[in-house]
Design a protein around this ligand. Structure first.
Ligand code: ZN
Length: 203
């Protein structure tokens, strides 16, 4: 089980300009980090939506941290990267909008059982283009090279505030195309050049 050592799930908001535009948000000066509780982690073969939630998908590159400590610069940050995978930051958008309007933390709109969906297919090297399809139709197509804050920079910035732990996950932000996720959807996430198609049923 690749995530048995995970104790923290860090997430980054507003890291792609297309997504910033679609939510009419502002480009941040520094990375925006938030955190999901461990019980939100779902590395199973099914995407879970709690009955009382109306949610949206945000496909994201997820970085697996392989050692404890602090990365002082981007070179050091490379040593912390234990692999890359894809995940879905499942978001209760209405609730998030509500919190944003009141300028209060959006924690509760991002933190519920199954809200941090992650693929067990961990790769050593990051491929650029990744996608999310619903019932065979492309909904999100992103390029990790288009992140506003690159992965090493995210790790250095996070290290200024918290000590990284082996097994931690960093969801690095979503490209444009977020939208509703419904029960019985067949969701496919993958890197475009990688021929392994991973399909999941939403339950
Ligand atoms: Zn996200």
């Amino acid at each position: 089980m690749p995530f048995s050592q995970t104790s923290n799930i860090y997430c980054v908001g507003r890291n792609y300009s297309g997504h910033i535009k679609e939510l009419k948000s502002k480009t941040p000066e520094n990375p925006i980090f938030f955190h999901k509780p461990l019980f939100s982690l779902n590395a199973s073969d099914e995407i879970i939506i709690p009955n009382d939630r109306e949610v949206e998908h945000e496909v994201e590159v997820v970085v697996l941290i392989k050692k404890d400590g602090l990365a002082k610069n981007e070179n050091e940050a490379k040593d912390f990267i234990g692999g890359y995978t894809l995940g879905i930051d499942i978001t209760d958008r209405k609730l998030q909008k509500n919190f944003k309007e009141k300028s209060t933390p959006w924690f509760l709109s991002k933190s519920f059982k199954g809200s941090a969906f992650v693929s067990k297919n961990i790769m050593d090297n990051l491929e650029d283009e990744f996608y999310l399809k619903i019932n065979g139709e492309i909904k999100q197509l992103g390029k990790s090279s288009e992140m506003i804050f690159g992965i090493e920079r995210l790790i250095v910035y996070l290290s200024k505030f918290v000590a990284l732990k082996k097994g931690d996950l960093i969801f690095t932000g979503t490209p444009s195309g977020v939208g509703k996720l419904s029960k019985k959807n067949i969701v496919e996430i993958g890197f475009s050049k990688n021929k392994i198609a991973e399909k999941y049923l939403v339950v």
